[in-house]
Write a protein that binds this ligand. Sequence first.
Ligand code: GSH
Length: 212
Amino acid sequence: MYKLHYYPGNANLAPHMLLEELSADYELVYVDRDNQAHKSADYLALNPTGRIPVLEDGAMVISETAAICLHLADRHPEGRMVPDVATPERAKFYQWLMFLTNTVQTEFLVYFYSERYSTDVEDAAGIKAAAEARLNDYFRIIDEQLGKKGPYMMGKAVSLLDFYVLMLSRWGRGLTQKPSEMKNISKNVKLMTKRPSVLAAFEQEGLEAPFV
Ligand SMILES: N[C@@H](CCC(=O)N[C@@H](CS)C(=O)NCC(=O)O)C(=O)O
């Protein structure tokens, strides 16, 4: 049985939705982030970066959200969450997943934790505003991809990418330009938020509508 260490709405949300989608056998382990449990010795032994989430798969411990998602997709190939290996679709899938995790997700860290990005707290507001502008550009790129391909990131079939986009769109619900109100992202998230797996994960994390 898998164990997913989570805090409601954090980066665990993508792997959590996938665990549900793949009908995997798992349990959730609450990380008491409000009391700094993610910086405790026990948690740091699992993930030295002190970041959420962590997945335990038997004796194996995996951190980094995208890696966890890929591992789940590999372990449950019948779910077809990634395109076949060594196909053009797989190459584009890699491109988009890397963009989502190391560009968009990372920019959210700058946006949410802007005070960490300067030694002068007075810089935080400007850092946040610049991050928001970049996030708007990134979501526009995602929206264009969905406009060209659609309704899912890889075209007609849902993939792991769509769960990632949903999580990131949720994180962007406080942006002036809400991702979920962009023309094509809005269609994608409407489809995604009808999936029983998505609804189950949101409910288990205690997240209430509106989800994005
Ligand atoms: N690169 C990591 C980033 C994870 C991450 O930043 N998680 C946030 C929650 S969404 C976190 O743990 N924040 C707590 C902190 O930075 O103190 C991943 O993809 O798993």
